[in-house]
Design a binder for this molecule. Sequence first.
Ligand code: ADP
Ligand code: MG
Length: 349
Amino acid sequence: VSVVNRIAAGEIIIAPANALKEMLENSIDAGATSIDILTKDGGLKLMQITDNGSGINRDDMAILCKRFTTSKLSTFEDLSSIATYGFRGEALASISHISHLTVTTKTKDSACAWKASYSNGELLADTKRGNSSLSRNSGGEIVSQPKATAGKNGTQIIVEDLFFNVPSRLRVFKSSSEEYSKILDVVSRYAIHTKNVAFSCKKYGDSHASLTIPYNYSVVDRIRVVYGSSVASELLPLSSKANEQLGLLKISGFITNPNYNGKRNIMPVLFINNRSVSCDPLRKAVNAVYSAYLPKGGHSFVYIALEIVPKNVDVNVHPTKREVRFLYEDEIIEIICESLQTVLAGADS
Ligand code: ADP
Ligand code: MG
C-alpha cells in the first residue's frame, strides 16, 4: 500500500514548486497575514514555510496527513460550491509519503505550540529528532503524539528530502536553481495577488531574500517588487462589469499600456477565485488584442483576477496542471478582451 501511495503522491507532487503552491494556499486559507519561505537546494533538500494563520488544533494533528483530511468541507453540498481549489485534502498526505515532514503549529487558544513528524500519512514517533513523542492511548496501546513546544501563533511546515524515496523523480531535476526559480515564480504570483499579506522567499544561507513584500503594499507596488519599475510604471487598471448570466462576478487587474514594449515574455498572472491558474485560450486572446498595439516581438504584462461562480469552475483538473476550465469560457474571454481593448484604445489616443 505504501508503494502505491508513494506513486500516487509522486503524480500529484511532481516538483518542489507544486508542493510549495499547495502549502502557500493552505497558509492563505488559514488567514495568514505573513508568509515566510526558506528553501535549500531548490526545495529538494528543504522547504520551510512559516505563517501566522489560524494554526491547527492539537486534536487534528494525528489525522492531518491522512488522505482526504480537510477542514474545508463541512457538508456534502459544499463539494459543488466549494470556493477553493484546496478542498481535496490530499496535499499534505501526498507530501508526507515522499519527504520528511514536520509540522509545528499553535492556535491562539492553545497555551503552547505542538510539533509532529509525519511519514506515509501517519504521525510518526520521531523521538530521536524530538518532533513527536510516544504515549499510551485509553486502550493501552502505544501511540505517537505531537510534542509540546514553544512557538508563535500560526503554522510552520518543514519539508525535507523531497522525493528521497522516489529516485526516478529525483533524476529528472537538472539544477536546483531551475527548481528555485519555479518556486519563486509561484510565490511571486501569490504575492502580487494576495493583498494584506506579507511575503518573503529566501534561499538557505543567502543573506538577502529573493523577494520581500510588506503586507501593506498595493498591487502595483507588489508588481514593481517582482517585475521591476519598467513594468510597474506602465500599468493601467483593468475592470469590467459583472455578468450574472455567465456566472462572472468580477474582473479586475492591471495591464501594461502600449508604451511598455517588454523584451522579456512574462507569463500572464491569472487568478480565478484566488487561485493561480493558467488558461491557454485566454493567454492567446490577450496576445491577439495586444498585437494591434505592440511591434512584432514586443511583450505585454497582464495580471487578471477573475471571480467566477465556483460551481462553474472545473476543480477536477489534475493538481499538477494549472490549466483551468470554466463554463462560458468563450464568452468570458470575449468580455475580458473587450475591456482590454477599451483600456488600450484609451491609452493610445
Ligand atoms: P486541503 O487544503 O485540501 O484541505 P491539505 O492536505 O492541503 O488539504 O491540508 C489539510 C488540512 O490541514 C487543511 O484542510 C487544514 O485544515 C490543515 N492545514 C494545512 N496547512 C495549514 C496551515 N498552514 N494553517 C492551518 N491549517 C492548515
Ligand atoms: Mg491545501
